[in-house]
Design a protein around this ligand. Structure first.
Ligand SMILES: *Cc1c(COP(=O)(O)O)cnc(C)c1O
Length: 426
């Protein structure tokens, strides 16, 4: 079917592409061996990781040992989400209600959520034009908050200059926790993310790099953090059933004093995760190829800017961010609508109200703080695209074509924004 020419279309204007036939939110299927392990586990009924009589052969214990080895850390503690891991990372380092925790301003809601969970106060650090933490602002805030925790999100897989981050932390006695929800398999200058600070936190939620529906895991070399995290995750005095753990004597000082927060990982989740880990390097390679293909295509689209990526940054291209600098909000709004109609769901961080996995530090009213002009300017034009492994090269070309068309169309037909709640009640 030939599309009818639309008013306003003319020479030099691209034709409306056909919709993308692939849903960008398509997850990777669970590998066959994971399905078999899950079925066997269901037949046994033993979906809980602990039992009074069981030795250390729960799939969760095995998963922790395998993950710790993979992540090059001494201990791993599996929990039911990355948000829970972030909470435990703060709690087990003694972060107390009312204390300040530094975090990057461009992050996802569960990160300030974990800070609020321990009753601490999020203090946001500015974000650079290339979507990493602003090191100058970090230096200033670190000097003003010596000895606090820096909860650093490698948000959407953007990895800051970790050599400098670590240096700043040392200088001001900051304790570093890395949120690696989108950087599992990535690193900086040859060193894996999650190994730069005291604790690394990872997510195995469906849209991250390993998929158990829900799940998280904390890694550390610190015996006290590991012991406390195991107890606090809810081990019912069955902590001996962990195979990735410090010596049992290290638990003694915390028995009884450490509350049980019931954040355990289900054995089902561990069963489907274990066979995915050896496949991760292949997934990382495929994501990177798709990212490179898409970004090469988008380079040629006028009015769009891609963040610059440092050659020391080994990122996993499971999503792609781009900026539409200089475009009015109404134009970006229409762009998102048209792209959506054509099957390319673009998340816009500058929308008046956050929706589906976008957020702005301004929308977390419990975390009141100063206005961050640099972050505001960035978020206004920041767009985000999932890269499912179900894509292939032609699909990447198709997405570029849809984005190019949607931008051209929106420039001619901007769409008014829905009113925010404040504007409606004003
Ligand atoms: C997804 C995500 C989290 C939280 O992971 P959950 O497992 O859903 O709790 C934290 N930080 C970032 C940057 C994320 O993308």
């Amino acid at each position: 079917m030939t599309p009818t020419p639309r008013p306003g279309s003319g020479p030099g204007v691209h034709r409306r592409p056909v919709p993308l036939p692939i849903d960008l939110a398509t997850p990777e299927p669970i590998p066959e061996d994971g399905i078999r392990a899950a079925v066997a586990l269901m037949e046994s009924g033993a979906l809980f990781r602990y039992s009074e009589n069981a030795p250390t052969d729960s799939p969760v214990a095995a998963w922790e040992s395998e993950f710790a080895a993979w992540a090059e850390r001494t201990y791993a503690v599996a929990v039911n989400s990355c948000g829970a891991a972030l909470y435990l990372a703060l709690h087990c380092q003694g972060v107390e209600p009312g204390q300040d925790v530094l975090l990057n301003s461009w992050t996802l809601a569960p990160v300030p959520g974990a800070v609020a969970h321990v009753g601490a106060r999020p203090v946001f650090v500015e974000t650079t034009a290339d979507l990493t933490i602003d090191l100058d602002h970090l230096r200033d805030l670190a000097a003003a908050h010596p000895g606090c925790v820096l909860l650093l999100s490698h948000m959407r897989g953007h990895i800051a200059d970790m050599t400098q981050v670590v240096e700043i932390c040392h200088q001001h006695g900051l304790r570093l926790v890395e949120d690696c929800a989108h950087s599992l398999g990535g690193g900086w200058d040859g060193q894996a993310t999650g190994t730069f600070g005291a604790v690394g936190c990872f997510s195995t939620q469906t849209y991250k790099h390993l998929n158990s529906g829900e799940g998280g895991i904390l890694t550390t070399d610190d015996e006290e953090i590991a012991a406390r995290a195991i107890l606090a995750s809810g081990s019912y005095r069955l902590h001996a059933q962990h195979s990735s753990r410090p010596d049992l004597s290290r638990f003694d000082p915390f028995l009884g004093g450490e509350p049980n927060h019931s954040m355990r990982l289900s054995a089902m989740a561990a069963a489907v995760l274990r066979p995915q880990l050896p496949r991760l390097p292949d997934r990382v390679r495929r994501w990177r190829a798709l990212y490179d293909r898409l970004s090469a295509g988008l380079e040629g689209v006028p009015s769009l800017r891609l963040p610059r990526r440092d050659e020391r940054e080994a990122f996993v291209g499971s999503s792609l961010q781009f900026f539409l600098p200089g475009l009015e909000a109404e134009t970006i709004n229409r762009f998102c609508e048209v792209a959506d109609e054509l099957g390319v769901h673009v998340k816009w961080f500058g929308a008046p109200r956050p929706s589906g996995f976008t957020s702005s530090y301004r929308s977390w009213s419990y975390a009141s703080g100063p206005v961050l002009p640099q972050t505001d300017a960035l978020l206004a034009g920041l767009c985000d695209l999932r890269i499912p492994l179900a894509l292939d090269e032609p699909a990447c070309g198709h997405i570029v074509e849809i984005i190019r068309y949607a931008l051209e169309h929106a420039a001619r037909n901007p769409a008014p924004l829905a009113k925010t709640d404040e504007e409606r009640t004003a």
